[in-house]
Design a protein around this ligand. Structure first.
Ligand code: GBH
Length: 454
C-alpha cells in the first residue's frame, strides 16, 4: 500500500476510510414516530429489572431528529464514512407484510444528508432490534425468521441502493445469539439449552446468507454487501511460532458457528461431534446459501482473547485473564491492542476476504464534564492510540483493511448497561441532549487529518 510521505512508518494508505459507528436502537429514540413498529428491545427495556437504572432507548440521543446537527459534527471531525443501522421495525412494523414508506424516507434523508457532507453511508440491516411480532412467533428459533430477514434486507437495499453502496447484513451474530438467547442479559432475554441454541444459531447464519442473496437480487449493480461480526478476538499470547499456529487453529474453531461456516461453507467436524445429538439440522443447500460469497468482511474488535499452544486435542487453549489485567469501564473490555493486528491478520490468512473493515472498535469510560466545560477522556485516547498502532502494522504488512469505524460517535444506550457506560467520542448530556466533543474527538480528528497515528 502507498504510504503518505510524512509520518513515515506510522501512516495509513491513501484513501483509508475513517469512520464512526452507531446503531438504530442505541441512538435514534423516536420509537413511536414515523410508523415504527415495536422491537424486542422496546419490550425488554420496558421490563423492570432488565436494564440498569431502568433506562430505555425511548429517547436515546434523539438522533432521529438531530441527525443533521450530528452530521455537522462528523464533518467537523473529517469523517470519511459513517456506519449506521436500519431499524427493521421502521421498514416492516410487523416484521413482514406491509412496508412503511416513512421508514424508508427517514433513511433516505439520513443517507442524503451524509452524502451532502461528503460522508459515505454504510448501512447495517440488523443491529438487534427484531420486530416483536417475529419474536412472538419464535424469533430466531423459527426458521421463517431467516426468510423474513432476507425479504426485509432485499426490500430495503432495493429502496436505498441508489444512495447507499455498502450494506452489512447483521451486526454481531455471536452477541445477539449468546447474550440474547443463552445468558438472557439482552433481548429477548431467553436462556435456551444447547440443542435449541445450536439450531437457532444455524437459522441466524442462514438469514445472513439469504440476506446477502436478497441484497444482490434487489440492489443496483455495484452495491457491496458484507457483515459486521464480533469474531472471537483471537490473539497469540506471545508472538512465537507455536502460539501463532495455536491462534490460527483457534480462529477457525472458535468462530465455526458464525463467521467460520459463512466463509468455509461447513461447520468443523469438532463442532458437530462435540454437539452430537444436539447438532443443528441442516441441508447441503443451507450451507450453500450461508456461504454465499461476500464483497467484504467486517470485524468488531474490542478486546483480546489470548491463546497459547497446548498439548490437547485442539492444539490450543485460552489464557485465563488475571484479576489485575487492565480493562476499561465495562468489566469485559480488557485492553489488548495487539488484537487489532492479529484479528484482521488471522482472518485474512485463513479466508482471504476481498476486503476487510474494522466495523467497530472503541472504549467505555465514566466521562464527566470538567469545570472548564471540556471532557478529558485520556483513557480513551490511550486505548485508541494503542489499538490504532497495531492496526497500522496490519495495514502496512498488506492485510487488506480498507477502513475503520470507531464505536461510537456519541455516548448512547449501551444495552443492558443503560446510559452509565459511555462509548462516545462526543459526550451527550442526556437531560439536555447537548453534545460536547471529548479530547478523544480531537485525537481522532488529528489521526484523520494526518492519515497517520497521532
Ligand atoms: C458491540 O458489542 C455492539 O455491537 C455495540 O452495539 C455495543 O454498544 C458496543 O459493542 C459496546 O459494547 O454484559 O457481561 O453479558 C461488543 C461485544 C459482546 C460486549 C457481549 C459485551 C456482553 C457482556 N459485546 N458483551 S455481559
Amino acid at each position: 500500500p502507498k504510504a503518505v510521505a510524512n509520518h513515515a512508518g506510522r501512516s495509513f494508505p491513501e484513501g483509508f476510510l475513517w469512520g464512526s459507528a452507531t446503531a438504530s436502537y442505541q441512538v435514534e429514540g423516536a420509537v413511536k414516530e414515523g410508523g415504527r413498529g415495536v422491537s424486542i428491545w422496546d419490550t425488554f427495556a420496558h421490563t423492570p429489572g432488565k436494564v440498569d437504572s431502568g433506562d430505555t432507548g425511548d429517547v436515546a440521543d434523539d438522533f432521529y431528529h438531530r441527525f443533521p446537527q450530528d452530521i455537522a459534527l462528523m464533518k467537523e471531525l473529517g469523517l470519511k464514512t459513517c456506519r449506521f443501522s436500519i431499524a427493521w421495525p421502521r421498514i416492516f412494523p410487523n416484521g413482514t407484510g406491509q412496508p412503511n414508506q416513512a421508514g424508508i424516507d427517514f433513511y433516505r434523508r439520513l443517507a442524503d444528508a451524509l452524502l451532502a457532507a461528503g460522508i459515505e453511508p454504510y448501512a447495517t440491516l440488523y443491529h438487534w432490534d427484531l420486530p416483536q411480532t417475529l419474536q412472538d412467533k419464535g424469533g430466531w428459533q423459527n426458521r421463517d425468521t431467516a426468510k423474513a430477514f432476507a425479504e426485509y434486507a432485499g426490500y430495503t437495499a432495493g429502496k436505498l441502493s441508489d444512495r447507499v453502496k455498502h450494506f452489512m447484513t447483521m451486526n454481531e451474530m455471536r452477541t445477539f445469539v449468546e447474550v440474547g438467547y443463552q445468558s438472557g442479559r439482552h433481548a429477548p432475554g431467553l436462556k435456551l439449552g444447547r440443542k435449541d441454541l445450536a439450531q437457532l444459531t444455524h437459522h441466524v447464519v442462514l438469514g445472513h446468507g439469504l440476506g446477502v442473496q436478497a441484497v444482490r437480487a434487489h440492489a443496483q449493480k455495484g452495491t457491496l454487501v458484507g457483515l459486521a461480526e464480533n469474531v472471537s478476538s483471537i490473539t497469540p499470547a506471545i508472538e512465537a511460532p507455536e502460539h501463532i499456529e495455536a491462534a490460527r487453529k483457534a480462529m477457525r474453531e472458535d468462530n465455526t458457528m458464525y463467521l467460520g461456516v459463512i466463509l468455509d461453507g461447513n461447520y468443523t467436524d469438532h463442532y458437530l461431534q462435540k454437539l452430537g445429538a444436539d447438532a443443528p439440522q441442516f441441508t447441503a443447500e443451507d450451507l450453500r446459501a450461508i456461504s454465499t460469497p461476500m464483497d467484504f468482511v467486517g470485524v468488531n474488535v474490542y478486546t483480546a482473547s489470548y491463546v497459547r499452544a497446548a498439548d490437547n486435542e485442539l492444539g490450543y487453549a485460552h489464557v485465563p485473564m488475571p484479576k489485575s489485567y487492565p480493562h476499561m469501564l465495562s468489566p469485559w473490555l480488557n485492553i489488548g491492542p495487539e488484537a487489532l493486528y492479529w484479528v484482521p491478520k488471522l482472518v485474512n490468512d485463513l479466508w482471504k476476504p476481498k476486503a476487510l473493515f474494522i466495523t467497530e472498535n472503541g472504549a467505555s469510560s465514566a466521562d464527566t464534564v470538567n469545570g472548564d466545560g471540556h471532557v478529558y477522556d485520556m483513557d480513551r485516547v490511550m486505548y485508541l492510540r494503542n489499538y490504532l498502532g497495531h492496526l497500522q502494522r496490519a495495514v502496512a504488512e498488506g492485510v487488506p483493511v480498507k477502513g475503520y469505524f470507531l464505536w461510537s460517535l456519541l455516548d448512547n444506550f449501551e444495552w443492558a448497561d443503560g446510559y452509565a457506560k459511555r462509548f462516545g467520542i462526543i459526550y451527550v448530556d442526556f437531560k439536555t441532549q447537548k453534545r460536547t466533543p471529548k479530547l478523544s474527538a480531537d485525537f481522532y480528528k488529528e489521526v484523520i487529518r494526518r492519515n497517520a497515528l497521532a
